[in-house]
Design a binder for this molecule. Structure first.
Ligand code: 13P
Ligand code: ZN
Length: 281
């Protein structure tokens, strides 16, 4: 028994360490109060096999939505109702190592989610967003959701038009247009945890790596945990500045102009999403 444990020590897996550290950072940023937020990271069998006994019999859970395109794929995911604050000290209870079965209609739980836990209630949005991002980026790996405070605040004070929302963020910090030239998708308010919000999020993910859920939070994606985290971090920083300056009595005196944003994009070799900047000839 001890021998088997030593052979499959998931605590040594880089992907587990990364989930434990990332959830802790997100909680400390105040983005993941209570059980708020969820993460899923795609893994290959080669990444998993040294750390998990794949000869055991996994627990099976039916999915209420089929994801045939993800058949055979492994993910490390956060559990539903689990506090990000606690992941670091209790990963077995708060995280799960899952695999989508061949028919795409159910998942196998190979490790974690101890005590009968379930994967995040936003699994539909995660799985469907993974499918959408993999279609446009073969290196895609991570979907991250959280309740970033100032992004949520901005969904009360700014109109929910995604072009003007994107431009407002681009204008707040010089680096924003460089970090997310693809802009930010914005959904209407919807009930979370449903197949429908999953489908709508994935539809936006086909064109943007960031999607805002008004009065709720944000979804970010990336080829690594750092990339997904950094995208959300940058958008949240811009939203913080937006909220700070709009609560100031004297208001905004100047901003980065569309012409300047265009020059910035040129200098950094990125192509801003069409239809946002208005450039007179
Ligand atoms: P879970 O605890 O099920 O992941 O839900 C948290 C959340 O943020 C819902 O949108
Ligand atoms: Zn949420």
């Amino acid at each position: 028994m001890q021998e088997a444990n030593r052979k499959f020590d998931i605590r040594k897996a880089p992907f587990l360490k990364e989930m434990m550290e990332t959830t802790q950072h997100m909680w400390r940023f105040g983005w993941d109060e209570r059980n708020g937020g969820n993460i899923s990271r795609l893994l290959t069998e080669d990444e998993v096999a040294p750390f998990v006994d794949l000869q055991q019999t996994p627990r099976i859970l039916q999915l209420p939505f089929p994801v045939a395109e993800l058949a055979g794929r492994y993910f490390i995911v956060t559990g539903s109702g689990k506090y990000f604050k606690n992941v670091k000290d209790n990963p077995e209870d708060t995280l799960g190592l899952i695999r989508v079965q061949e028919d795409g209609a159910s998942i196998e739980i190979w490790w974690g989610l101890a005590n009968g836990g379930q994967p995040t209630s936003e699994l539909a949005a995660h799985f469907m967003s993974h499918m959408a991002r993999l279609k446009v980026d073969a290196n895609h790996r991570v979907i991250m959701h959280n309740h970033a405070t100032n992004i949520i605040a901005m969904t009360f004070t700014h109109e929910l038009d995604e072009k003007s929302f994107t431009k407002a963020l681009w204008q707040m910090c010089t680096e924003c247009i460089v970090v997310f030239p693809d802009g930010i998708g914005v959904l209407p308010w919807m009930v979370p945890g449903t197949k429908q919000i999953g489908e709508e999020t994935a539809r936006k993910m086909a064109e943007h790596r960031l999607v805002v859920w008004p009065h709720h939070g944000i979804f970010g994606s990336g080829s690594s945990m750092d990339e997904a985290f950094g995208l959300i971090e940058t958008a949240e920083k811009a939203a913080t500045i937006y909220t700070l300056i709009h609560s100031h009595r004297s208001g905004v005196k100047q901003t980065i102009s569309d012409r300047e944003l265009s020059e910035l994009a040129q200098a950094f070799g990125v192509t801003p999403r069409q239809g946002i900047l208005q450039l007179e000839n």
